[in-house]
Design a binder for this molecule. Structure first.
Ligand code: PMP
Ligand code: GLU
Length: 389
């Protein structure tokens, strides 16, 4: 068979590729510690599991509405309307529930972007944004952010990147892979620029919004004047340890967009898994399990302390999500160091190249404290040896 040119050129998600490589090594009996995958390691909280079981027992086994169960959409609205800084009043009809935030983002891009439309992506950025834009035949405009700006896009950088073809700006806060959070002042400045370009839409990926360790992450829905061109994306994967349930969503006040995106989803998946939607509703309506954030907060402190002891690792402390993103150029390129750490230390990390930053490596600290301690010990030993090569 001959593959379509669009798919032939599509890269595999490097995060998932590294996770698979790590699993294959573990299956061969090699003791690899994986800091590769951005996925909470804890069990889904029990009340959520019970809600999923109850949904199955109550025969919620039929197709559901394309944009999601009404009760889940209402719960998503209540969740979003209670977010830090939210000033746009959403209603259930503004929500589309998809198979993870990944599909919500992919569908939003597919709905908005066509040949030659430009999408501004501040880098380092999550691995899938660029490929999704390319799938839609759009043009990726990567804008490298700087460590001294805490990897946040500046208003000047945004203004310089805008052209007459710019259709969409993709923001992610807290960010994967840097853990940076856009402050309200950062956002005020970016919105001030966007005010001059009312034709440009913004997709704000807020999947890590609940995982912050100091300043909360302000939602982009803090700006009512952006309401008709703003898409907020969120989901239950990260904050509720529900990655395998595959429930994410988008919210927007643009009714034509919701109608079009719903049509797309009707041809594509019909709807997200109905029992998983019931579980997601329980996650949003039951009291939040604070232990997940508290666990990540402790691990974050631990990994920062241990990384500071590794000579040549330069990083700014992540404010959210569960990643550390040190610059490793003292030792070589991120690809070289990633390959070396897997081979020599049996620790899997992801090269920053995958995120548009060939100077850094991403370490996920969504693993147990003992594993973090052992992984960082191995990295330190290997890196010190590397220094002498
Ligand atoms: N956005 C970012 C920035 C992510 O890191 C991820 C990771 N999975 C997603 C979206 C997709 O999340 P989901 O599991 O809900 O598809
Ligand atoms: N988002 C996670 C990560 O960055 C999971 C893998 C993926 O969806 O690409 O590792």
């Amino acid at each position: 068979m001959t593959l379509s040119t669009r798919i032939a050129g599509l890269a595999e998600a490097p995060t998932l590729r590294m996770a698979a490589q790590c699993r294959a090594m573990q299956a061969q009996g090699i003791d690899v510690i994986s800091m590769a995958l951005g996925e909470p390691d804890m069990d889904t909280p029990e009340p959520i599991r019970r809600a999923a079981q109850a949904a199955i027992d109550h025969h919620m086994s039929h197709y559901g509405p394309v944009p999601g169960l009404g009760s889940l959409r209402a719960a998503i609205v209540a969740h979003q309307n209670s977010r830090e800084g939210n000033r746009i009043t959403y209603a259930a009809e503004d929500v589309i529930v998809s198979v993870g935030a990944k599909q919500a983002i992919c569908n939003a891009i597919e709905t908005l972007i066509g040949p030659d439309d430009e999408v501004i992506i501040p880098t380092p950025s999550w691995v899938s944004y660029g490929e999704m834009v390319r799938l839609a035949e759009g043009m990726v405009v990567n804008v490298p952010t700087r460590r001294e700006d805490d990897y946040c896009l500046t208003p000047e950088q945004l203004r310089d990147a805008i052209t007459s073809r710019t259709k969409l700006v993709l923001l992610c806060s807290p960010n994967n892979p840097t853990g940076s959070i856009y402050s309200k002042t950062n956002l005020d400045e970016l919105v001030a620029v966007l005010r001059e370009y009312p034709q440009i839409a913004v997709l704000s990926d807020e999947i890590y919004s609940a995982l912050t360790y100091g300043q909360p992450a302000v939602t982009l829905a803090a700006y009512p004047e952006m309401a008709d061109r703003l898409i907020i994306v969120n989901g239950v994967s990260k904050a509720y340890a529900m990655t395998g349930y595959r429930i994410g969503w988008l919210l927007t006040k643009d009714k034509a967009f919701v109608a079009a995106c719903t049509r797309l989803q009707s041809q594509q998946i019909t709807c997200a898994s109905v029992p998983a939607q019931a579980a997601a509703e329980a996650a949003l309506t039951l009291p939040m399990d604070e232990s997940i954030v508290a666990t990540f907060a402790k691990r974050r402190e631990l990994i920062i302390r241990l990384a500071q002891e590794i000579p040549g690792f330069r990083f700014s402390a992540p404010q959210g999500a569960f990643y550390l993103f040190p610059d490793v150029t003292t030792y070589g390129t991120a690809d070289e160091v990633t390959e070396y750490l897997l081979r020599e230390a049996h620790v899997a990390v992801v090269s920053g190249t995958a995120f548009g930053c060939p100077d850094c490596i991403r370490l996920s600290y969504a693993i147990a404290e003992e594993q973090i301690i052992e992984a960082m010990r191995r990295i330190k030993v290997a890196i010190e040896k590397y220094n002498f090569c």
